[in-house]
Design a protein around this ligand. Structure first.
Ligand code: FES
Length: 114
């Protein structure tokens, strides 16, 4: 299983996000990690309304207060810690969570074997 090093743990500060690419089912995918209330989270960068990226490729996921994640296209609002959409066209759906590993001062993502 290939491991992708996303970033040093210290690079993912409170309210910050970092995107990364991986492959699943032979298709390129994008994910993002972030930190909210001290805890790391990771999701696929795919809105649950229409399968578009949440950001516009500009790494903007948090709202201006750093309290929620926002889809830039139609404004769906997601809880950073659970991925649940609480407002917008996909309310009640959840972002697809990705499992990450914190080890040796870095955050890693394990790609599924091909
Ligand atoms: S594509 Fe995200 S809210 Fe519509």
């Amino acid at each position: 299983m290939a491991r992708i090093r996303i970033a040093a743990t210290t690079e993912i500060a409170e309210g910050k996000t970092i995107t990364f690419s991986f492959t699943r089912d032979d298709r390129p995918q994008e994910g993002f990690v972030g930190r909210f209330k001290g805890k790391l989270f990771a999701y696929e960068n795919t809105c649950r309304h229409i399968p578009l990226t949440l950001d516009y490729g500009d790494n903007r996921f948090f709202d201006s207060k750093g309290e929620t994640l926002i889809c830039q296209t139609h404004g769906a609002v997601y809880e950073p810690d659970t991925g649940l959409c609480t407002r917008g066209p996909c309310a009640g759906a959840s972002l697809f969570a990705l499992e990450i590993i914190e080890e040796n001062g870095a955050v890693w993502f394990a790609e599924e074997p091909l």
